[in-house]
Design a binder for this molecule. Structure first.
Ligand code: ZN
Ligand code: ZN
Length: 431
């Protein structure tokens, strides 16, 4: 791991901001859980809750609990139950249920990835207690992030929380995680260049602060998996650990800058929209990162269409959301959509200035990766790269593509696509 240099060491960045990641230790080692016990001991904790689900309890929760007990702490093992035969979800009712079960713990330890990590981080933040994570899969970039992405009243939200005090991972546990989870991690991290392009776009058009360090934080690691997806498929230790490293860096970038901008652009909206459609119609959705990978192919294709436009013609997007489509979620979605209207006007002004448009294109070009390279990488790694892979038919993907710009207040490449008429006109070509 190389991200130690950013840990708990505030610094003034070349971007002009002071950055600080409060995480004190990242330990990826065979004896990582011994080190967990040392940290717990140093904290002087007396009561520790170790939160897992039924799967991660078996591979990490029980072992973490045993190590914590070894240093004299009272350990409360909390195993989140599955819901309707599927994994737990990160929403308000589940967080409240967890809060009711977790007593007066001094420290909360999450033993798990996505939902387990998010719920524990969220509760620890509310209780103002330290939180530590034992990672169980290279499946997402949220471990080192300071935010969680719960579903609240059916809407995917971003809630500020706190980055972990420390992260521990045992390589064999990561390597033996279900392969679909590793490919989800690849999908989540392959989004990074597209997110960075969206971030640069916003900085140029609406003045969002942009940090080149956080935008390019995984550039050096990227070739390890992007150029050799077959190594991921073979579960090669070096490749999977590089993937985990990239995910940890990606989360750190969000913590350093204090927003999800470095690692979540238009491609993430595709996944969030599928999750919200699932809340509406009950059709199951796939893992976040698997959907994000497919969303990244779509976003990269949108960029290719847009970069080919030399003389833009502005089409103002619809003034309101598709109320019928969103049903009970419409009020929350509308609030997000309305919040960015002023920025859409600013984007339209930029497009009407041919010189500005050329400058914007030149500035975002270095961040872009070809949709073909992204799709090939995902396919060769055995990750999700088609609609079928994520359990959707083309009609469902089309619905997600045509509604994903409505759910977020922050502008992305998807909004630019609507302003340029690429959407909805080229939706079928894109899909
Ligand atoms: Zn993500
Ligand atoms: Zn910076």
């Amino acid at each position: 791991m190389g991200c130690e240099r950013f840990l708990d060491a505030p610094f003034i960045c070349a971007c002009g901001q002071r950055h600080h990641a409060p995480t004190q230790a990242i330990v990826v080692a065979d004896d990582a859980l011994d080190r967990l016990a040392d940290v717990i001991s140093r904290l002087g904790a007396r009561r520790v809750a170790v939160v897992a689900d039924v799967r991660t309890q078996a591979v990490a929760g029980a072992a973490a609990g045993a190590q914590v007990a070894r240093v004299g702490c009272a350990v409360q093992a909390v195993v989140l139950p599955d819901r309707n035969g599927r994994t737990p979800v990160c929403d308000e009712p589940t967080k409240c249920a967890l809060a009711a079960v977790v007593g007066e713990a001094d420290v909360l330890v999450a033993a798990g990835s996505g939902v387990v990590n998010d719920l524990t981080k969220w509760l620890a933040f509310e209780r103002e207690r330290p939180y530590i994570v034992v990672a169980t899969a290279a499946s997402m970039n949220g471990y080192t992030a300071a935010n969680v992405a719960p579903t609240i009243n059916g809407v995917k939200m971003l809630v500020r929380a706190r980055a972990p005090l420390a992260l521990f991972a045992v390589p064999d546990v990561i390597l033996n995680a279900p392969y679909a989870m590793t490919t989800a991690g690849l999908g989540d991290v392959i989004a990074k260049p597209v997110s960075a392009a969206d971030w640069r776009l916003n900085s140029l058009v609406v003045g969002e602060h942009f940090c080149p360090l956080c935008a390019g934080i995984i550039n050096d690691i990227e070739p390890l998996y992007l150029d050799h997806p077959e190594h991921i498929r073979a579960c090669d230790r070096t490749a999977v650990m590089a993937l985990l490293d990239a995910l940890l860096y990606s989360g750190l970038a969000m913590t350093l800058i204090g927003s999800s901008a470095p690692a979540s652009g238009g491609e993430h909206l595709f996944s969030h929209t599928l999750d919200m459609m699932s809340a509406l119609d009950g059709v199951p959705h796939d893992l976040h990162g698997r959907q994000v990978g497919v969303g990244t192919i779509i976003a990269a294709r949108i960029y290719e269409h847009i970069m080919a436009i030399d003389t833009p013609r502005v089409h103002m997007p619809p003034a309101d959301i598709d109320v019928q489509f969103w049903g009970p979620l419409a009020p929350a979605v509308r609030a997000a959509y309305q919040a960015k209207q002023a920025h859409l006007v600013r984007f339209a002004e930029m497009l009407r200035q041919p010189d500005q448009w050329q400058q914007v294109k030149a500035a975002i070009a270095p961040h872009l990766r070809s949709s073909r390279a992204i799709a090939d990488c995902l396919a060769q790694a055995g990750a999700a790269c088609t609609a079928v892979d994520i359990g959707c038919d083309l009609a469902r993907v089309r619905q997600a593509v045509l509604h994903m710009h409505e759910i977020r207040a922050r502008t992305t490449i998807v909004d630019l696509a609507w302003l340029l008429g690429v959407l909805p006109d080229a939706a079928d070509v894109l899909i």
